[in-house]
Design a protein around this ligand. Sequence first.
Ligand SMILES: [Zn+2]
Length: 179
Amino acid sequence: MSLPLIEALPGLRMYDARPLCPSTHPTVDVGRKRYIVIHESVTDPAADPVAIIKAISAYHQQYGGMGYNAIVDREGNLFYVGDWNTSRAGAAQVPWANEQSYHVCLLGRFDDAPPPLAQRIGARLICAHLDHALGRRLVVVPHCVWNVDLADPRSQWNTGCPGATWPRWLGDVMPTSAL
Ligand SMILES: [Zn+2]
């Protein structure tokens, strides 16, 4: 990996991919952060993660830039893609949710099978370190928790993210140790 490894949170080393992800997302007070939203990328699991990160960043330029703070590949490599103290557009249907959320995206698609164990553990490490950095427990939720059109599952305002299998593995991402 050609990206530099940095300490993105105390004790948490991540590849710094922020230079690959220009954005205009506004700075927010992290005291208002309440949630960690888990996403899937819906990209080819075999693709090079850095190439995927560049492609996601390019696609998200229409929303102000990379919609996530962190990305985890299938081997558990962690990528820091958006400053923690910014609002990201990962839950664009619900703007207030973006201000109050960190966004963590797992590379791949999870309608048929859960993320590999290494990827689930990688996401959990990020969640645990965010909790420790803030000194309080954040609520880990699937992106689809923000679906607003409950009457129509196929509404354009709804999402299947992070994949149909999420009820089977989201608990693995949640930190369980005491703060
Ligand atoms: Zn999502």
